[in-house]
Design a protein around this ligand. Sequence first.
Ligand code: AMP
Length: 216
Amino acid sequence: MNVILLGPPGCGKGTQAKRLEMASGLTQLSTGEMLRAAVAAGTEYGKMAKEVIDRGDLVSDDVVVAIIAERLDEADVAGGVILDGFPRNVAQARALDEMLEDKHLKLDTVVELSVDDDALVERITGRYTCDQCGKGYHDKFEQPKVDGVCDSCGGTAFSRRPDDTEETVRNRLSVYYEQTRPVIEYYRSKGVLQTIDGMVDIDDVTQQIKEVLKIH
Ligand code: AMP
């Protein structure tokens, strides 16, 4: 099964993709995470991408399409994928259609997480992760039980994404409304779109997605 999670920055795509990966055996493919790894490793892609990501703009379609195409050829994705953060405009959605056709793969479902716009800036600017295990926290919604110590691994160093500042988040949101929103209509017209409520409790969002995808 191949699935896309769609929705604005901060809607919970990454969190839900990780939960689904655990529950389903599908593999999460997050273009944002792959680009951040490329930036950290100082690869050619990474050098090209860093400034664009820090501004909150979109990295060029050629780069992200190539990254996804390469990943889909690797053995560990044979059980199916959860695309998180891709496609982000209609050109990428069309490129994905072609890529899937070439590789004899099928897109099963696109799940849109619907959220109130007002919640997004607060959700994004408050989030941070443990450097050691990657567990996510939030200044307001989910703090470690012991201040400064990760609940999962005991790590004491945490980081925030450089593009989670208020200014960049506002740009990321306007890029989303201009470029990514039309992707929702693209999939609606193909009859594969399912919209769920992303404002309820995190476990309930997971449950709704599992029901839509028939994962038990
Ligand atoms: P994310 O982790 O999905 O919020 O992505 C972080 C940043 O990576 C975005 O603001 C973009 O600069 C870049 N990015 C991630 N996915 C894509 C994509 N599909 N197309 C273009 N840029 C992307």
